[in-house]
Design a protein around this ligand. Structure first.
Ligand code: HEC
Length: 199
C-alpha cells in the first residue's frame, strides 16, 4: 500500500495546481497518527449510525422501504457529528446512486489506486494527508458486506428485482449495483481543520 500512497501524493499535488508543481507540506509522523485516529473515529461513528439505521428500517419495514436509510445527511447522528465537530463527512464512489456522492478529480485518482491495490491482493488501509496548508483529508475504504448486497448487488441474483425497481423510481441514473462481497464500494471522506489535531 505504501507505494500507492506515494504515487497518490504525487498525483494529487500535480493535479491540484493544474499541472504546476506545488509543494504541499507534509504532516509529521505524530500529526499523521493523530489525524488518522481523528478521521477514523468519525468515519466509524458514521458507519455505525448508518448501518444501525439500515438494519432497524429493514427489520421493521422491509428492504424496499429502507432504501432512504442509506442517505448520509438524512441521518441525524451523522449530521449532528458533522455540525458539532465542525467537520465535513461524505461518502464518495466511482459508481454512484446519487450524483451528489461523486468524487472530485483527485478523489477519482485515489479510488483508482485503491482498486488497483485491491486487485493486486493488498489489504486496503485508510489514507490521511494535507490537502492544503490547513486542511486534512482522511479517506477510509468502504467494502461491500452481505447487508449491502440487498441494494447494491446484482438485480435478480443477489438483489431482488423489485428492490431495484423501487430504487430506480427515486434514482433513475443509478450506477451503484453489480457489487460482490468485499468489493470496494467507495470511501468515507472526512475533512477537518489542521487545528483539530494541533490544539
Ligand atoms: C435498503 C437499501 C440499501 C442498503 C441495504 C444499502 N444501501 Fe447504500 N445506498 C442506498 C441508497 C438509496 C443510496 C443513495 C443515498 C443518497 O441519496 O445519498 C445509497 C448510497 C450509498 C453510498 C454513496 C455512494 C452512492 O452510490 O451514491 C455508499 C458508499 C453506499 N450506499 C454503501 C453502502 C454499504 C457499504 C452498504 C452496506 C453496509 C449499503 N450501502 C447498504 C441503498 C442501500
Amino acid at each position: 500500500m505504501r507505494n500507492f500512497i506515494l504515487l497518490f501524493v504525487l498525483v494529487f499535488s500535480s493535479c491540484s495546481n493544474e499541472g504546476k508543481k506545488q509543494d504541499i507540506p507534509q504532516l509529521s509522523k505524530a500529526e499523521l497518527e493523530k489525524a488518522s485516529a481523528f478521521g477514523q473515529t468519525f468515519s466509524k461513528q458514521s458507519f455505525e449510525a448508518l448501518s444501525t439505521e439500515l438494519k432497524k428500517q429493514i427489520a421493521s419495514k422491509g428492504i424496499d422501504s429502507a432504501i432512504f436509510a442509506c442517505q448520509l445527511m438524512a441521518n441525524p447522528i451523522v449530521d449532528s457529528i458533522a455540525q458539532n465537530e465542525g467537520i465535513e463527512i461524505r461518502r464518495i464512489a466511482k459508481r454512484t446512486r446519487n450524483r451528489k456522492n461523486a468524487p472530485s478529480k483527485n478523489e477519482k485518482h485515489l479510488i483508482k489506486l485503491m482498486e488497483r491495490a485491491q486487485s493486486a491482493g493488498e489489504k486496503l488501509s485508510p489514507f490521511t494527508f494535507l490537502i492544503d496548508s490547513n486542511t486534512i483529508a482522511y479517506y477510509h475504504p468502504i467494502l461491500i458486506q452481505p447487508l449491502c448486497l440487498n441494494c447494491h448487488g446484482e438485480p435478480g441474483v443477489s438483489m431482488r428485482e423489485e428492490t431495484y425497481e423501487t430504487i430506480l423510481n427515486t434514482y433513475p441514473m443509478d450506477k451503484a449495483i453489480g457489487y460482490k462481497l468485499n468489493d470496494l464500494r467507495g470511501l468515507w471522506a472526512v475533512q477537518f481543520d489542521k487545528s483539530k489535531i494541533t490544539e
